[in-house]
Design a protein. Sequence first.
Lengths: 275, 540
Amino acid sequence: MKRSFAVVTDSTADLPDEWRDRYGIEVVPLKVLFGTETFRDRVDMTDEQFFARLAASSALPKTSAPSPGEFAEVYRRLAKHHDGCISIHIGEQLSATAEAARVGASSVVGFPVNVVDSQTVSMPIAFLCRVAAESPTLADATEAVQRRVPKCRVLALLDTLRYIEMGGRVSRAQAMIGTMLDLKPLLLVADREIKSVDRVRTRSRAIPRMVEFFRTEMPVETLAVMHAQAPDEAEEIASELRRELPDLDVPIGQIGCVLGTHTGPKALGLVYLKA
Amino acid sequence: MGVDGPLFKRALLGSLIWLGTNHEEVNRLNVFPVPDGDTGTNMLLTLQSAVEDVKESNAAEVSKIAKLASHGSLMGARGNSGVILSQIFRGFARAVEGKSSLTPAELAAAFEEAANAAYRAVNKPTEGTILTVAREAGRAAAAAASGMDTNVPRVIAAAAAGARAAVLKTPSQLQILRDAGVVDAGGYGLQLILEGMLKTVEESEPAAAMLAEARKPISPASQVSLALPEGGWGYCTEFLIEGMNLDTELIRGQIEALGNSVLVVGEPELVKVHVHTDDPTSVINLAGGYGKLLKLNVGDMSTQHRRILETEGGTATSAPRPNGIGIVAVVAGRGLVEIFRGLGVDAIIEGGQTMNPSTQDMLTAIESVPYDEVVLLPNNGNVIPAAKQVIGLTKKKVHVVETHSVPQGVSAVVAFRPERPADENLRAMKAEAERVQTIEVTHAVRDTRSNGVKVKKGDVIGLINDRLEFAGADYADVIKQALGKLGPDAYELVTVYRGQQATDAEMSRLESEIRNNYPSLEVEVQQGGQQHYPFILSVE
């Protein structure tokens, strides 16, 4: 049985390749700009290449949303074989991507596109895509996804506030971090906001704090552990949580280039949908 | 003269050049809606994409050029402002459909339709943004078009002036702009685009004068997200260094030794410096060694701060804490004061080792904070007794977390959570304070013997958690021994608070000693500015 509608997302969903192939999900890349050089997230550059370049670069890269025209091209192509599409994107408080998708969709006549502002980032979007892909109709998919949007959470432990601060998404005041000390912020993306949950001086103490906070958020429907160039720590956290939550599959995901520009290297995250 | 294809093409090229010249200024203004610092870049890249398609065309009709620009901008649109700009082009192109040339009235109508299209494209239009600026530019253009002896340059000049007036009003429409002390970046970008058009189209004198006028007062971006210390001391010193291979890290390190609130950002060719210092001359001399200084601005901070307090109606404080608990700390040293403030301490009593504050001093500070429940951090063993006296002298509920040192105080403040109730906070603050190890180095003021260590007056002495453990001739050696005694394997991070007496050479020697001997430890250096203790180390 073939789905009659398409599922589209963007590269900040950190969608595992395997899901992309299994569910036939279309991924539109955001862009990373190192000076005047533009790279499409995870297309022109692997995550490893990106973080190597990030470490070597003196000026921080910038990120940008796909253009409406790029979305329009994808929708036009999908219109040939589908009778509609759900397009699930990074939260509008974080990026102009969903707006670009909406404008792009308006230029493709006769092809219904339900653009969903996920209000979140990273693998919660991938979870939403999976929910959509497993729905029988576009209406069901849209309803099931919209219902879960308020339940998406990203709990992120950054190794430094430097990157997210330079990117302008969070100020030191918001993260409750002074101007001087290099504290490791534990942030929660929820309800269209980035909230400070904790601030910790050292990494070894910060990781248990993240897991501790996560426990207060249980029960959850789905859970993944995210990392930017910190696979060993991610694996440790994942195996700890797998022992506690034997019914859940706890995948480990890599933070992509666009998101990595804002988290910086060595970031860790627990991403989940509350039950 | 009407607006035909070649003229519109020329005008777009003019816009591109003018926006290209000024887009960094737009970047610096960006605080809304997605504060990236890249609104200018996004708009420029969008406009570039619009012009790329136009450049190839020799169309005589304005409609054809407008259509190409619309298509190109849509394909190249980036960021919120870029997307809106593409919708402005789309609206303009629709309005001029089928026309080969525009009269002044038709041009004004097209500007208005461009703004309308932009409003329609946005889900929830926000006033005080590029949308408002587009609409006001359109209105001003329409007014000019209905005037007596109107012409195309006058309509464009009116649109640019209308845009500028609207841009200057944006802070009154959006709180976020008002807070940051800037105008809207996207709106300003649109103003530049209209000005660029005018520069190319304009030949007559009066409109050129309007342009010169239009470029003048733009709020300095330098105030963005810089909190001023409440006391108001020193000079706020700002400038750009133009040079080659400029090393921002290196420059930051040197500037940090001369002041506080240091911000050094930029590229190898151009670096922006901001610092609060008592000695602007030294800062300028230092920076002058790296290259040419531009846009130098030295301001008296106390006046600046007063001004900001006045404009904000005296409500420059942050939002009240949900748990209703204030924090007061005893701290000495300019850098340490700033660190504690930055971590959220509400009031600071100057004092410490040799300058123990009185109970009254602490009482006054506690009364000054807008909370009925206050945590007091003495940060020195000698201050704790006086601090405990405060309890009972005030109607406020005072908790003394007995921090014996600066590192303990910092750990305690870091553990404070504004949404957590008092008992939980106190438990966490105490536990964190006790977890951290403190190493202090100073000079012996007399011959003595303590804890089995014999010291002579003037010796370098090292204390671990207030206990004399080592004596020697050299800071780095004493600290190395102290770290060895603590057992570096059990720790992860060493924070060095550098005192006033420590020289650059001593600082770098200490850093390399720690790094060479204990490579597993991360080292962070902070300018503490404390007296008597050249180095205080926090080990955790």
